[in-house]
Design a binder for this molecule. Structure first.
Ligand code: SF4
Ligand code: SF4
Length: 473
């Protein structure tokens, strides 16, 4: 973390010094790790002038200005190449010269463990590369192995310099690296001869699979349950989400916790591409003439981020789709950040709440229904009526995120005398409903009780009730 923190400061300095954008790239393990960093308080005190510097030739990319900027950019790249030769971001760590390792990012740490005695070229600045210093390095060592995650970016760019290196011939091109993987590749490449294998920590065998699920009491579960039952979608699709038959309903999904509704038992999402794509994809499918009804499902924060343009597109193109906006009042997937619809700014201050209903109506949508996400009858009837209306419809399904809701009480229980094991409640995918000793029961520690009660509404045998009620079993 300290290096990442320091590198960010250096990135800003490079940007200022060379008047250039700088891309700061990290891979998975660095993004998922954290440790204490020493903060340079002094640097924060020297905030530069906040005034805007008028420079039309630089900031207005009309062709006349762009023509001047391109040669500038080439000049800047030459200066940056010079800089990369001397910057402390790039370091040679001396060791024995039989093998030279060129690495960057977290791959460097794995490689250090595998090659404790090798000579290293640790690249902190990977573009442009320090060509001269790399050639000197290549002259010094007998063989070079490049350790990098994902695509062979360094390897290919170093080969372009005329330096013979190996890397992805032995290392995987996808997924994360770790010390055992680098060790295995090093043995394969003949760069280490001893087989002193690092200890691999494997998960215990025969653990039950635990796919990611929506939380107990998730406000999205009921809406997806309703969607999954339309045209018996969840029965038509096989375990991998494929089907020979065409379902009555195509559901284009979006980015958020609710993408998890793709998995069984809900199986209520057919596509997910990028933020806001659900509506555009739904318009495209409908315009292409698919025979099924098309529903786009998008969360509130994703709608604010990039769903509004899709909505306007749908209105403008007279699209006959249904858009379901799942409004849980937060950006749950990434840690409950506020968004324009939450009424709280990114700085945590109260601010004007951007109203989704006003946006929808203001865009020209005439069929808008707002329903409580925990009222399954209302959700079902709103979605059915939207599908029956052969025009653009929006259903706003509103309910608080279960993780943000601290009010849970009156958890539910299952009366096993009444329960006939029909499995309907299991189709919501609520993790609080479990099977123990062959019988279904509800985990009181995780059930949201009165704040949800979705399973109770669905049970055909009225076997689910608040825990405060007396049951026979
Ligand atoms: S829906 Fe009701 S009857 Fe069916 S399995 Fe669940 S608790 Fe039992
Ligand atoms: S009320 Fe039912 S569906 Fe809701 S959290 Fe509890 S067990 Fe799950």
């Amino acid at each position: 973390s300290q290096e990442a923190y320091d590198f960010i400061q250096t990135a800003y300095s490079i940007s200022e010094q060379f008047d250039t954008p700088v891309l700061f790239r990290i891979t998975t393990r660095v993004a998922h790790s954290k440790s204490v960093v020493e903060v340079d308080e002094e640097k924060f005190r020297h905030v530069r002038s906040k005034r805007f510097h008028h420079d039309v030739e630089k900031y207005v990319m009309l062709p006349t200005n762009a023509r001047v900027r391109v040669p500038n950019m080439h000049r800047r790249m030459i200066e940056l190449e010079e800089y990369s030769e001397t910057t402390p971001l790039n370091q040679v760590v001396d060791g024995n010269n039989n093998t030279g390792i060129i690495s960057s990012g977290v791959g460097y740490s794995y490689a250090r463990e595998v090659y404790p005695d090798a000579t290293f070229f640790k690249l902190g600045m990977t573009y442009p590369l320090p060509a001269k210093t790399l050639k000197q390095f290549a002259d010094k060592v007998k063989k070079i192995f490049v350790v990098e995650e994902l695509d062979p970016f360094l390897e290919e760019n170093i080969k372009v310099l005329g330096i013979h290196v190996e890397g992805k011939k032995h290392l995987p091109r996808f997924g994360e690296l770790n010390t055992p993987i680098v060790h295995h590749a090093a043995v394969q490449a003949g760069t280490i001869c001893h087989v002193n294998k690092p200890v691999e920590i494997n998960p215990l065998k025969n653990l039950p699979g635990r796919p990611p699920l929506l939380c107990p009491g998730c406000p999205h579960a009921g809406a997806f349950f309703v969607l999954s039952t339309i045209g018996q979608r969840s029965k038509i699709l096989d375990a991998s989400g494929k089907s020979e038959k065409e379902s009555k309903l195509i559901i284009t999904g979006d980015i958020g916790c609710y993408t998890l509704a793709t998995y069984a038992p809900l199986r209520a999402i057919d596509t997910t591409a990028c933020m806001g794509a659900s509506i555009g994809q739904a318009i495209g499918l409908e315009k292409a003439g698919v025979s099924s009804d098309v529903i786009a499902v998008i969360g509130d924060s994703t709608f604010m981020h990039s769903g509004i343009t899709g909505l306007i597109d749908a209105v403008y193109n007279d699209s006959k789709i249904t858009i379901v906006i799942l409004d849980n009042g937060t950006t749950a997937m990434t840690g409950h950040q506020d968004h324009p619809g939450s009424g709280v700014s990114a700085q945590g201050c109260n601010t004007t709440k951007v109203d989704i209903e006003n946006i929808v109506r203001g865009s020209g949508v005439t069929d808008l229904q707002v329903v409580n996400s925990f009222d399954i009858k209302s959700v079902r009837s709103a979605i059915r009526s939207a599908l029956d209306n052969k025009a653009l419809s929006v259903v706003l399904v509103r309910g608080q995120c279960a993780v943000a809701n601290k009010k849970k009480k009156n958890q539910r229980q299952i009366d096993t005398d009444k329960c006939n094991d029909c499995g309907v409640c299991l189709m919501i995918g609520c993790p609080a409903i479990q099977r123990k000793d062959g019988k279904l029961n509800i985990d009181v520690a995780t059930c949201m009780g009165d704040e949800c009660a979705v399973c109770e509404q669905l049970c055909p045998k009225k076997a689910i009730s608040p825990i405060t009620e007396k049951v026979n079993s």
